[in-house]
Ligand binder design. Structure first.
Ligand SMILES: [Zn+2]
Length: 343
């Protein structure tokens, strides 16, 4: 496929509600103003009402698309039994609260992401956020001029879930077997869902066919977590499903989840190798910001808007942390934090 074909294929206008067989439907829900285009919401039918996997972005246009898309599948919002959210991000969990209101159903999420949601509710209630972000960016080596524009708006936190799903738990869908597969990395509580009675796996953002999910670490200078290593372990975990059909939350469905998981793992290993090589070449302590500027992004570093630089720094931080855990780099300074290749 050419670049252009891929772009056309990714356009929301090119998507339609699809009957995937075995009582599974996919409903594209737009993400207005976002290059990602749309979230694929899946409906799994059951004798006690359909269960949705993800709900889409909280926006009137998206809600309308969800309601009318489900209508095309013969599903009324009022009959929805519950929403399983693959992770707390707004393009997945955003509309879950409205679906719950319309249906009286439950919202289920992994406990680690439920904790994130509670934290966002607490944060929304305090006005500490800009100061915390400024601090985080400064410690990462952002220049004073970049700081104001790099601060991200606080998104409206998603609805607090009713049900916490642990790894391996069956989701409450009588008549079907939908099992939780905990795949932390893109978020601490990201889950995939294995439909055992249809032999398919819903992959959320964990495994996407054409793009790779953002793996970042926030605040940037943490030493208590290693999201990229967790993500790589989660890719190995999903690869045990072999050539199973994958139903992702963006782009399109694809076969052989294991093959794609392998490609994504390789992509990050290459990124780690390249980052280590450029740090070796630089031969001096580097801030997270400078390390990010040496990595390859979809645009030149100079052309990245400050907010995108902030996300790139999050991704750089995750890669630096993995190199540190592997004993290949070490931190040398605290404020701003710097890293140097381990000699
Ligand atoms: Zn997403």
């Amino acid at each position: 496929m050419s670049e252009r074909d891929v772009r056309t294929r990714r356009a929301y206008s090119a998507q339609k509600v699809t009957d995937l067989g075995d009582g599974v439907w996919s409903v594209p829900v737009p993400i207005p103003g976002n290059p990602l285009g749309y979230t694929l919401v899946y409906a799994v039918e059951s004798p006690t009402g359909p269960v949705l996997i993800d709900a889409g972005w909280n926006h009137p246009e998206a809600f309308q698309a969800l309601e009318s898309g489900l209508g095309q599948a013969g599903i009324s919002l009022a009959d929805v039994r519950g929403v399983v959210v693959t992770h707390y991000h707004p393009d997945h969990a955003g509309l879950a609260g409205q679906v719950r209101e319309a249906s009286g159903g439950w919202i289920a999420m992994h406990e680690a992401d439920a904790e994130m949601v509670r934290m966002f509710h607490d944060m929304a209630a305090s006005d500490d956020r800009p100061r915390m972000q400024t601090d985080m960016l400064r410690r990462a080596g952002a220049s004073p001029e970049e700081l104001p524009a790099a601060i991200m708006d606080a998104p409206t936190p998603p609805a607090i879930p009713d049900v916490h799903l642990a790894d391996g738990a069956l989701v409450d869908v009588p008549g079907r077997r939908l099992r939780t597969v905990w795949t932390p990395g893109h978020s601490p509580g990201h889950i995939c869902l294995h439909l055992e009675d249809g032999d398919r796996v819903f992959t959320g953002d964990h495994v996407l066919p054409g793009i790779t999910p953002h793996i970042g670490m926030y605040p940037y200078d943490r030493t208590d977590i290693d999201p990229l290593s967790e993500f790589l372990t989660s890719l190995d975990k999903i690869a045990t499903f072999g050539p199973l059909e994958a139903l992702p939350a963006h782009e399109w469905t694809f076969s052989d989840v294991a093959a794609r998981a392998g490609e994504i793992a390789e992509h990050h290993e290459e990124k780690l190798t390249k980052l280590l090589a450029s740090m070796t070449e630089a031969d001096r302590p580097l801030t997270i910001w400078t390390a990010a500027s040496l990595m390859t992004w979809n645009r030149r570093w100079e052309d990245l808007a400050p907010m995108l630089r902030g996300m790139a720094a999050g991704e750089a931080a995750a890669h630096l942390r993995t190199l540190e855990v592997r004993g290949l780099v070490r931190r040398t300074g605290g404020d701003p934090v710097t890293f140097v290749v381990h000699s």
